[in-house]
Design a binder for this molecule. Sequence first.
Ligand code: ATP
Ligand code: MG
Length: 869
Amino acid sequence: MFLEFFESKGHLAMKSFSLVPHNDNSLLLINSGMAPLKPYFTGQEIPPRRRVTTCQKCIRTGDIENIGKTARHGTFFEMLGNFSFGDYFKHEAIAWSWEFLTQVVGLDPDRLYPSVYENDDEAFAIWQNEIGIAPERIFRFGKEDNFWEHGSGPCGPCSEIYYDRGEKYGCGKPGCTVGCDCDRYIEVWNNVFSQFDNDGHGNYSELKQKNIDTGMGLERLAVVVQDVDSIFDVDTIRALRDRVCELSGKEYHKEHAWDVSIRIITDHIRSATFMISDGILPSNEGRGYVLRRIIRRAARHGRLLGIDGKFLANLSTTVIEGSKDGYPELEEKKDFILNVLTQEEDKFNKTIDQGLAILTDLEEKMTAEGKTVMDGEDAFRLYDTYGFPIDLTKEILEERGFSIDEDGFNAAMQKQREMARKARKATNYMGADATVYESLDPAITSSFVGYDKLEAVSRISALTTEDEVVEALTDGDKGTIIVDATPFYGTMGGQEGDKGVITSADGKFAVEDTIHLKGGKIGHVGYVVSGMFKLDDEVTLSVDKGNRSATCKNHTATHLLQKALRDVLGTHVEQQGSLNNAGHLRFDFSHFSAMTAEELAQVEKAVNEKIAENIPVVTKLMTLDEAKKSGAMALFGEKYGDTVRVVCVDDYSKEFCGGTHVSNTGEIQAFKILSESGVAAGVRRIEALTGQGVFDYYNDLEKKLEEAAKTVKATPANLQEKLEHLMADLKSLQAENESLKSKAAKEALGDVMDQVQDVNGVKLLAVSVADVDMNGLRDLGDQLKEKLGEGVVVLASAKDGKVNLIAMATDAAMKQGAHAGNLIKGIAALVGGGGGGRPNMAQAGGKNPAGIDAAIAEAAKVLAGQIDK
Ligand code: ATP
Ligand code: MG
C-alpha cells in the first residue's frame, strides 16, 4: 500500500538495496532507507528520478540491548520510505504522511500526534495551519529525538508522528505522554527534512538541494494496525516466534526470562538470515563479527530455553518462507544460508559448554576474592579460545552482577593481533597454503582447457581462504578458487601461472597466480574485488591476454635458445632449469666455462634469425616412443606418461613440453640476451628478453645514454670523444695534485727536524701532526727516520676524534736499548688507548686526543728508561 501510494504521487519504486553498504566506510551495515541513497542526497550521483520510494531491509546493532525488552525494537526491520532529491519539501512530505496514515491505512486522527524539532517553526506551522492539528497536540523535541543523522552525510530536523495505543500499553506514570519511553505512544513515522551535510566531524553545511527522507518501520506500523502488543506479535513475525516456542517446548507469556530469550532468537535469526543472503559471513572482524555475535547470541538463548542441538537453520527456513516474496535472494541462496548457519552453530556448540564452565569458575573466583570486575585477559581468553563474543560474556556476567574490564580486553585483543601479524610473516605464502589445500576433497579435480582459448565458463568446485576450506568468499577476501575446467595455466615446467579475472553474476575475483595442487587440481589464487563467490556458482574465467602472450613469447624463445646453444657450444648443453614469465626468461644449462662475447652474439643472432623466419610452432601429442624416435628433447630425469606433448618449431627445435607457446616464431618479434653468469659448478645461466621487453630495454638504454651525454655537456654522437678529453684532463690534474702533495709533505718535514732531542745519546723525534691516518703516519715516519739517520721516531695524530700513534726505532737505536713496542705501551694510556708491537715498529690507537701532548712528552722519559747508560 505504501509503495503504491507514493507511486501515485509520482515516485519511482526501487528494490531494497543490499545490507552491505557500497563505497561507504562510515557504515558497517545499512541502517535506514536513506543510507544507500546518500549519493543521491549529496548530488554525487544522479537519481533515476527525483522522487523515489523504497522498502529497505535494515540492521541496527545499536539497538541490540533493547531487543526482547522493548516492544518496538528489532536488530532487523524493514523501513518504508519516500524520498525527494531536491524536489518537494516540507509541505508535501507532511501532507502525504498524514494522508497515508489517516486515509489509506485508516488510523484514527485523534490518536495521532506530530512532533517537530524545537527550532523548526516552519514545520510546526504546517502541522497547525495546513493539516489543522491543534497546537497543544504538536510536540517540540530536542536534538536527540528530532534531529536525524547517522555518520557523515545529509542530515536535518525531523517531524515524527506518534500513535497513541491507549492506556493499556502505558506505564501509568504521572507525566506519561508523547515522547515517554514506554510503549503507549509509539513513533510510526519520521519525516526528515535533510537540509545539511555533516562532513563526519560535526561540521554542518547547508545542502544545495533540500531533500526529504522519511522512515517508517513496517513492523511498527503493523503493530498499530493489527493492534498487537509488540513487533513480535505481528502476524508474520509471530509465525517465527511460534516456531521458537515449538522447538524449545516453552510457552510464550509464561515466564519473563523465557519471553526475552524467545524474542531475541526470533529477532536475531531474521538478521542473520538476511545478512548471510547478502554475502556476509561470520568472522572476527567488521560485519562478519556483527553476524557472528548475533548468531552466537541466538544460539546461547536457545540453550537458555533448553533447546538441544542445532536449531538455527531450521528456524531460518521459516524466515525464508515468510520473506522470500519480497526478497527472492533468500530463496536463491537458501542452501547456502542454512549451511553457513549450521557451520557457525557447530563451531560455537563445540566450545560453549567448556566456555560456560570456565566462566562459572571465574565467577566463583571473583566472588571468593570479593571482585566484581572481570579481568580483560580472562574475557579475552573466553573470546579467543571459546568463541564468546565480548558482549555475550558481558551479558552473562551482568545477569549475575559482574562487569568486565573492557580496556583490558581491548589491550589483550590488540596484543594478539600483533602476534598473529608477526606469525603470518614467518610462514611464507606457499607454506601457509600447503595446509589449506591438504584438507580439500581429493575427489575434486580440474582440467586445463587453455591451450587454444583464454576464456571459459565453469563451475566452482571448491573455495579456500588462506587457511580454511570455505563455502564462499566475499568482498576483499583472499583465497583460492577451484573450478572443473579452466583456461588458466598453472605454474609448471618453468612457465609461470596465468593472471586474470573470474567473474560471476554478482562478483569479480582477481587471479594473481595460478598453481597446481595435489590431486590434479588447479588453484586460482587471488582476492575478491567485489560481490561474492560460492560453491557451485557458474563463473566465467578470463585469462589476462597481454600477460599470457608475453609469457608465451618468452617460453618459445627459451626453446629456440636451447637449440642455438647446442649448435654454438655443443650437444653437452642440457637444460638445468628454466623460468618464463611475462617479464623475461631465464635459462640454466650445463656448460663448463663462461661464454665469450662472440659465442653470446652468435646465439643471439641465431635465435633472432629463427624469429625472422616466421616458423609455425606446432604442438603434437605422441606416444613416448614416437616422440623419442623423432629426436625430441626430453628433460633429463623427468618421468613421462604414455603420451607426451611435443612442441615443434619446424625441424629446428623439438621439445617435450606442456607449456603454452606462440603459434608462429614471428610473434616473438625480437630476442636480447641481458646476461650470462655461473650459478653452480658446470651450470651457466642466461637471462633474456623478448617482444616489447626488448623495445623497452633499448628505450631505457637510450634514455640513459642521453642523460649521460647531458651530464658531460655532450650529445650521444660525440659522447665518446668528449669522454676521452675529460679522461686526459683528469689524468694531468691528478699528476699535478700528486706533485703538490709531496711538496707540501716535504715542507712539513723541514719544520719538525729542529725538534729532535738527545735522550742519553739516542736521537728522538717525538711530534704530533694534524689529521693524518695510520697509513699516512707510517709513510711520514719512514721519511723522518731516513732524515734522522739513526734514532727513534714517535708520531701522534688526532683524526676524526680518535688518536693514531706510531713509534719506530732504527737498528742502531735498538742496539742501544730502544724498543718501539714497549715505548708505545708506555705512552698509549695517556691518549686513552693501548697497543704494542715489535722492537722496530709499533702502533696504537686511542680515544682521547687531549692527551696527545702528554704522550709526546712522556716518550722521552720512557725512551730514557730503555737506553743502557
Ligand atoms: P526509536 O527511538 O524507537 O529507536 P528511532 O528514532 O531510532 O526510533 P528512526 O531512526 O527515526 O528511529 O527510524 C525510522 C523508523 O524506523 C522509526 O520510526 C521506526 O518505525 C523504525 N525503526 C527504527 N529502529 C527500529 C528498530 N530497531 N526496530 C524496528 N523498527 C525500527
Ligand atoms: Mg533508535
